[in-house]
Design a protein around this ligand. Structure first.
Ligand code: AMP
Ligand code: FES
Ligand code: ZN
Length: 312
């Protein structure tokens, strides 16, 4: 197997591109895919200040690394979710990467700042842990970006993630979600711009990128994601991809080209009902934003528990 670019021995093959690369050319290939996504979807410019949401996993650390190498002003944002040992070890990878690269890291710890951790907060609010986690991330990424005056928030969602989410949304024909499932969401109405520059890379590629660049990352998956629907969709799509390489990319990019414009209006309609949350000022369509509602439910037990103890 020879490198497609320089004919030296290859270290990785990419069946979807019918190509193989040596280590140096592979790093360049990953960067080119990111550059192509940023340009194709007009995600950001070099003068933008970007906040990269980093979990400690391969995707977001690879993204932060590439954006800095490409000359973007990229700071990191880590959210402490309070998920036991998993959160305890993931922060270590993020801090040591930031220290090695001399990069700026913003840290927000949910238990310390809001008084609950995701597993107990989710249980108190009778939500699935991944749902409480997802809404907290969306809210706090947006808040951190706006508080810090950043132009955009970048996340490490890759082609496998986006294809799996798309698969789920199509299975349910969820047109509101489909209308919002874009690699860039504009910054309007109290929302910071959101970008996903890794949509042209698979998770196998981001893992290889980290290994080649010597980036140490959290290999373990979140313990709460076991049995998660998306893992099933990913496995199904992986089966299809092995049989016909390129199917995932065709599915996702075909959607962006041909279907997303048709369903854009549904998401547009929802945005019309947005107003500031009375508690925190974030845009919401409900009385209270989903995060403030979660905080209220997650901390109510504790407050009344404390009250019980003092009165007893
Ligand atoms: P997930 O929702 O876990 O699939 O993660 C999707 C993306 O969200 C990651 O690629 C990161 O960019 C970001 N992310 C996930 N967890 C965290 C975290 N604890 N702190 C900051 N960013 C995160
Ligand atoms: Fe959010 Fe696992 S990282 S539930
Ligand atoms: Zn709120």
């Amino acid at each position: 197997m020879k490198c497609k670019a320089c004919r030296q021995p290859a270290v990785i093959d990419i069946p979807r591109h019918n190509a193989a690369f040596c280590a140096d050319c592979f790093v360049r290939h990953c960067q080119e895919q990111v550059v192509r996504s940023i340009a194709a979807f007009d995600m950001m410019s070099r003068s933008d200040r970007v906040l990269v949401a980093v979990s400690g996993g391969k995707d977001s650390l690879a993204l932060w690394d590439m954006l800095m190498d490409l000359g973007y002003q990229a700071d990191g944002l880590y959210l402490g979710l309070g998920i036991g040992d998993y959160s305890g070890s993931s922060i270590g990878y993020v801090r040591s990467f930031a220290a090695d690269r001399g990069a700026t890291l913003v840290e927000v710890d949910i238990p310390a700042e809001f008084g609950f951790d995701i597993p107990t907060g989710a249980a108190a609010a009778r939500r699935a842990p991944c749902s409480a986690c997802g809404l907290s991330k969306r809210h706090l990424f947006n808040k951190a970006a706006r508080d810090g005056g950043y132009d955009a928030v970048a996340t490490g969602h890759n082609l496998d993630d986006e294809a799996a989410v798309l698969f789920g949304n199509v299975l349910r024909w969820d047109t509101a979600y489909l209308g919002r499932q874009l690699p860039v969401l504009p910054g309007t109405d109290g929302f910071a711009r959101k970008v996903k520059p890794l949509v042209r890379l698979s998770e196998r590629e981001t893992a290889a990128y980290c290994v080649i660049k010597g980036i140490d990352y959290q290999v373990e998956e979140c313990p709460q994601s076991a049995g998660n629907r998306h893992l099933g969709y990913k496995a199904a799509l992986n089966d299809i991809e092995v049989r016909s390489p390129g199917s995932k990319a065709a599915f996702y990019f075909g959607f962006l080209e041909r279907i997303a414009p048709l369903v854009a209006g549904v998401a547009e309609e929802e945005r019309r009902d947005l107003h500031p949350c009375p508690e925190c000022g974030s845009p919401t369509v409900a009385d209270l934003c989903a995060f403030c509602a979660l905080v209220a439910k997650a901390t109510r037990g504790k407050l009344s528990g404390a009250a019980d103890r003092t009165s007893g």
